[in-house]
Design a protein around this ligand. Structure first.
Ligand code: 5AD
Ligand code: SF4
Length: 441
């Protein structure tokens, strides 16, 4: 029965994969699939994968191994691999796991209906092209009716920067910006469905340069256009490269009322020697001066970053430089990773750091980052912050949401609903969240 087929999607990695999984679910939904959370009920299992570090990629193979039993029980079960592992490994996936029916890379999701036709006819389907046509022109972008108050919206995809450690330019391809009218239409649709906060996504989102009816738009200009949408309360964007933070975007942080005071601005390392080897095209000093300018525009902005330890040839002195940069910036949120060798990237060929040394550096760095994060959280105690409520908390009568600074905040026993934005006085700081009371009940 075509209308009762069940689709199980599991999403790994970044927020863009979350967005893509929604698009794929819509596309497959048009083909008669409804989503299920129970993998054992599925007629189709789709893994939307991440290739950024070795561990993430290997996880896919062990996950696929676990589906062997399911396929034995239900020979009609179809298994698909999408995302960056699909793009990077292609046919190799079917060689290692012959039960895989479908391999589809991020730039060909709009071809899913045709690929599924093949799969349902019992054939294997593989598509890892970088096609000329724009997948967004063909993918439905109709948001789900029952969605929560926050949503992601991809505005830019791919990367031309080629940092020496990174697979993204190879898996997601060259930088492409979606046209302004498409983005605004999608944003208005989301708002009509109850969305109050939109996070604009792109691997290099601040390099956005989309076509508008009145010429090319930068990210700042796009944000100002979104700012005019009634009912939309909050705008965020991620992830940015320091070299693409232009004056207008910095100014928007001070002037654009809906743009939230939070910025994820990865620096990766605080050593100029390593930054050069990483092909980052900026120095520690230029990054620090940039942070100064952003803070001048928006003094209370909360900064978040990504760091890699153990990049090839990283010495103790290089690591100390990174620690010094972290001390100087004070991050409210951070993601730190041990360097992972990615086949095909320039850094993979170089002399690797002893993994034990890298692990030790990671621990030291994470201790500092956790301390900073906690201190910044603790400083919120006694302050009143606006919270967008998203869902019930773990405890009875609890509601949780996010502050403007993206802190998770929970309140208990308050009369608030999903989608409300209310002032909350912060009374406590816990390891990864804040607690408080809604001002005025
Ligand atoms: N090893 C470790 N971390 C990596 N990242 C990207 N590539 C690698 C790699 N090969 C990290 C960077 C990037 C984040 C998304 O993942 O810090 O900003
Ligand atoms: Fe990867 Fe560097 Fe591009 Fe970010 S900017 S996606 S780290 S190559």
């Amino acid at each position: 029965m075509a209308d009762t087929k069940k689709l199980f999607i599991k999403t790994y990695g970044c927020q863009m994969n979350v967005y893509d999984s929604e698009r794929m679910a819509e596309s497959l939904g048009a083909g008669g699939y409804t989503q299920t959370d129970a993998v054992e009920d599925a007629d189709m299992i789709l893994l939307n994968t991440c290739h950024i570090r070795e561990k993430a990629a290997e996880k896919i193979y062990s996950e696929l191994g676990r589906f062997k039993g399911l396929k034995a029980e239900n020979p009609d079960l179809k298994i698909g691999v999408a995302g960056c592992v699909a793009q990077a490994e292609g046919e190799e996936i079917m060689r290692r796991q012959p039960m895989v029916d479908l391999v589809v890379g991020p730039q060909t999701y709009h071809r899913l209906p045709d690929l599924m036709e093949k799969v349902e006819a019992g054939q294997k389907a593989l598509d890892t092209d970088f096609p000329e046509e724009d997948k967004f022109d063909h993918l439905t972008t109709r948001p789900k009716a029952d969605r929560g108050p926050t949503a992601f919206l991809t505005v830019q995809e791919g990367c031309d920067k080629f940092c020496a450690f990174c697979v993204v330019p190879y898996t997601r391809g060259a930088e492409v910006s979606r046209p302004v009218d498409r983005i605004l239409t999608e944003a208005r649709d989301l708002v009509e469905r109850g969305v109050r906060e939109i996070t604009l996504l792109g691997q290099n989102v601040n390099a956005y340069h989309g076509a508008g009816v009145d010429g090319e738009y930068t990210l700042a200009k796009l944000i100002w256009a979104l700012n005019d949408i009634d009912g939309l309360a909050r705008i965020r964007f991620t992830t940015s490269h320091p070299n693409d933070m232009d004056d207008a975007l910095i100014a928007a942080h001070g002037e654009c009322e809906k743009l939230m005071p939070y910025l994820h601005l990865p620096v990766q390392s605080g050593s100029d020697r390593i930054l050069k080897r990483m092909n980052r095209n900026h120095t520690a000093e230029s990054y620090l001066r940039l942070i100064e300018r952003i803070r001048a525009a928006r003094p209370d902005i909360l900064l978040s970053g990504d760091f890699i330890v153990g990049f090839p040839e990283e010495t103790d002195a290089d690591f100390a430089d990174t620690m010094a940069l972290i001390e100087e910036v004070r991050y409210g949120q951070a993601y730190s990773f041990k360097y992972s060798t990615r086949p095909g990237t320039p850094a993979a060929e170089r002399e690797q750091v002893d993994p034990d040394v890298a692990s030790e550096r990671l621990q030291v760095m994470q201790a500092l980052l956790t301390r900073q994060q906690r201190e910044i959280q603790d400083e919120m105690i006694g302050k009143t912050v606006d919270v967008l409520f998203e869902k019930p908390g773990r405890l009875e009568g609890q509601m949780g949401g996010k502050s403007s600074h993206l802190h998770a905040v929970h309140v208990t026993g308050a009369n608030v609903s999903r989608g409300d934005i209310r002032p909350v006085r912060i009374t406590k700081s816990e390891p990864n969240s804040l607690g408080g009371e809604v001002v005025g009940g």
